[in-house]
Write a protein that binds this ligand. Structure first.
Ligand SMILES: C[S@@+](CC[C@H](N)C(=O)[O-])C[C@H]1O[C@@H](n2cnc3c(N)ncnc32)[C@H](O)[C@@H]1O
Length: 243
């Protein structure tokens, strides 16, 4: 962006800060990956959270999958521990990261780990995107509590959760359409449910939006499913008697 020097001179530090926050930060958030855009884009909420993340902080990506969000954070200088119950996904994540930039994997560690095993250690940022609907509701709720507990004070949780409206939700109501991507008894968030789970934290961003979910493989031209999705960035209080 170009700003005329006279314009900068009459800006106070405070005004400049506000202006900077308004500039969309999508430029250079990802390395170049030669795949269709819908397969390589990180989650918007993750890109937005970059501005709130502590420099040098340690991040955990739970259910990292092919790793768009892991790669985005690593590309932006954060150390990321990526976990998934599926080893094939983690292998693909490492291959994609190496292909994008051969140094990126130095910032990424991976571990085959099921959400059922809980979280080990403490992290400055914990994210869990598009995963909670793939497990029973009680496990998802217990896991959100675990995420909160294993976040350092002043640290962030970033979550995108499939809601009770849209293609996934409709398919989950129809037993005949159940497959490995559609879970009948999974956690489908109710309106405002995710925000309420974090009512003891500072909510930095909360939205409920229709989101596209690409299906199959990047090579297939299957149309995306669309579902209402709750998107949250929340910060753990520095001083708290809770969690
Ligand atoms: C739809 S993908 C989302 C991947 C990634 N988070 C993203 O936003 O692109 C869901 C991922 O969650 C993983 N997953 C589902 N249930 C899990 C569990 N119980 N423990 C760990 N990973 C799980 C799946 O293997 C899959 O890679």
């Amino acid at each position: 962006m170009y700003a005329h020097p006279c314009f900068i001179n009459c800006m106070t530090k405070e005004k400049w800060g506000i202006l900077q926050k308004q500039i969309p930060r999508r430029i250079n958030v990802m390395p170049r990956i030669s795949e269709p855009p819908e397969w390589r884009e990180p989650e918007d909420v993750v890109v937005k959270a970059l501005q709130y993340m502590r420099r040098g902080g340690k991040a955990l990506d739970v259910g990292a999958g092919r790793g768009n969000n892991t790669i985005c954070l690593a590309h932006n200088g954060f150390k990321v521990h990526a976990t998934d119950k599926d080893p094939k996904q983690l292998k693909r994540l490492q291959e994609r990261a190496t292909k994008a930039n051969r140094f990126l994997n130095q910032k990424i560690s991976t571990e085959v780990r099921d959400v059922k095993q809980g979280i080990e250690g403490e992290f400055d940022t914990i994210m869990c995107n598009r995963v909670l609907h793939q497990m029973p509701r009680e496990l998802a709720l217990a896991f959100v509590a675990d995420m909160k507990q294993h976040t350092s004070k002043g640290g962030l949780n970033i979550i995108s959760a499939v809601m009770q409206s849209g293609d996934f939700w409709n398919a989950a109501q129809d037993r005949n359409r159940l497959n490995k991507m559609i879970f009948k008894d999974g956690f489908y968030a109710e309106v405002d449910e995710l925000r309420i789970l974090y009512n003891d934290w500072e909510i930095l961003d909360y939205r409920e939006e229709l989101k596209a979910y690409p299906m199959g493989n990047p090579e297939d031209s299957l149309s995306a499913q669309k579902n209402k999705t709750a998107l949250l960035i929340a910060r753990k209080p520095l001083v708290s008697h809770l969690n």
